[in-house]
Write a protein that binds this ligand. Structure first.
Ligand code: GLY
Length: 433
């Protein structure tokens, strides 16, 4: 059997571990033992190493010792650091872009330049700023805090701040932008627009793309989209692959842009395959581009991989053979709902304290939901503890309707998790800002 190395250790990698292990021996290098990844490594007779996946010598040694032939990476930092480049140089089949290919994610200005060339009507008015004086002048042109501050580099989807939501008043927006400018030498100021946000992810072999069901993310900490911006607290998708406010032609427009972007990256010899993730707004005056990621979203990957009808390992092979098509990469006609659980102080600042929690995975799964651990490790029977300050564990369920998927996810949690696990109770409600 082929051997696949998966680097990364979040909820996204937990679902990838499940689906990769259906056709490969699974190998993992992770900084702590993620219980879901560990489970699938074991089930597939693979091997895991508790080590830093950024250490290239460690990665190379495991690949050579175990004669690993395939590598999949879907984590922004690992991609930027060139771990796919390393695997490629050792002759492995790879899923995920090289560091240069991932530039559309790690350089927001590069992504904007490409979209400006391919679909200028989708670009929201923006300023690429490199001087403090210029920053002052640009912010002065706004009557109030109706602008967005975007860092140039990677922030794991958490660095963009929107006026009136993440900061209040021009002064606070200026201070945040100025800090980013000092840290990286570039900051982007963009008009704030009114619209409905959605994600279009596509699998790609570097030539062809297949758009996955459209997902709707919950990037705010509390119910009704209150509180600070966070890693997604939940995610949903519908049986028709659309969202209530989207038409097929909207998705086709975004897919065309994604396809054109892939062509553009090829012209720049950027060696892109795996997943391209586009964030968009549907506004009164048309579709607007927010950002590209060079990887699966987290939690979007949990919904989308569970919606695949074709085994994911076959999709991987079509990607390696560059013959990916709608006919050989099909999705189920079902709805999906993912709910992320976190500690009560997640994303709220304050001192970092360990969060010990209980969760009965077997009972939850008997009630029809699936569990994917993220920043947590096992401590005993049904007992876990947080690692770091990120999201802890996700529950995902499917259904013929969204109501059913939602009910299946929430009901399965009832009575089967400890009280100190916090989660949004409104995943499934579509919010528009
Ligand atoms: N859910 C948003 C992201 O993965 O960036």
């Amino acid at each position: 059997m082929s051997k696949c190395l998966l680097l990364g250790n979040g909820g996204r990698e937990a679902v990838l571990a499940e689906y990769i292990s259906q056709g490969y021996e699974l190998y993992s290098i992770m900084p702590y033992e993620n219980p879901t990844i560990a489970e699938y490594v074991k089930k597939s007779n693979g091997k895991m190493l508790i080590a830093n996946p950024f250490e290239k010598e460690v990665v190379q040694k495991l690949i050579e010792q175990e004669k690993i032939d395939t590598c999949l990476i879907s984590s922004d930092n690992l991609l930027q650091e060139g771990l796919i480049d390393l695997a490629k140089s050792l002759g492995l089949k790879t899923f995920g872009p090289t560091s240069k290919g991932a530039k559309i994610e790690w350089s927001k200005t590069y992504a904007l330049e490409i979209v400006n060339k391919l679909a200028p009507e989708m670009v929201i008015k923006n300023y690429k700023i490199t001087q403090e004086e210029e920053l002052k002048k640009v912010i002065e042109t706004y009557p109030d805090d109706s602008f967005v501050v975007k860092p140039e580099g990677l922030t794991g989807g958490k660095g963009v701040k929107v006026g009136g939501i993440h900061f209040q008043g021009k002064e606070e927006g200026f201070r945040y932008a100025s800090d980013l400018l000092k840290a990286s030498g570039t900051v982007i100021i963009q008009d704030k627009v009114e619209g409905k946000e959605f994600t279009v992810m596509a699998l790609t072999d570097g030539k062809n793309i297949v758009t996955t069901p459209i997902t709707f993310d919950y990037p705010y900490r509390f119910d009704e989209d209150k509180g600070p911006g966070t890693g997604g607290m939940g995610c949903l998708s519908f049986e028709n692959g659309l969202l209530p406010f989207l038409e097929q032609e909207d998705v086709d427009r975004c897919s065309k842009l994604i396809k054109d972007v892939i062509n553009e990256l090829n012209q720049d010899n950027l060696e892109f395959n795996g997943v391209i993730y586009g964030g968009f707004f549907k506004c009164k005056d048309g579709l607007k581009f927010i950002e590209f990621n060079a990887r699966f979203g987290d939690p979007e990957a949990i919904n989308v991989l569970n919606m695949l009808e074709t085994p994911f390992t076959e999709v991987m092979k079509h990607i390696f053979n560059q013959n990916l098509s709608k006919e050989n990469c099909k999705f189920k006609k079902q709805c999906s709902c993912t709910v992320y659980m976190v500690s009560s102080n997640y994303a709220l600042g304050g001192p970092k304290t360990d969060c010990e929690f209980e969760l009965n995975k077997q009972k939850i799964e008997e009630k029809g939901a699936k569990i994917y651990f993220a920043s947590a490790k096992k401590q005993g029977e049904n007992k876990y503890v947080s690692v770091g300050t990120s999201r802890l564990v996700a529950a995902m369920a499917t259904g013929k309707t969204l109501e059913e998927a939602k009910k299946n996810a929430y009901n399965a949690l009832e009575g089967n998790i400890s009280q100190n696990l916090d989660y949004r109770k409104d995943i499934g409600t579509i919010y528009v800002h």
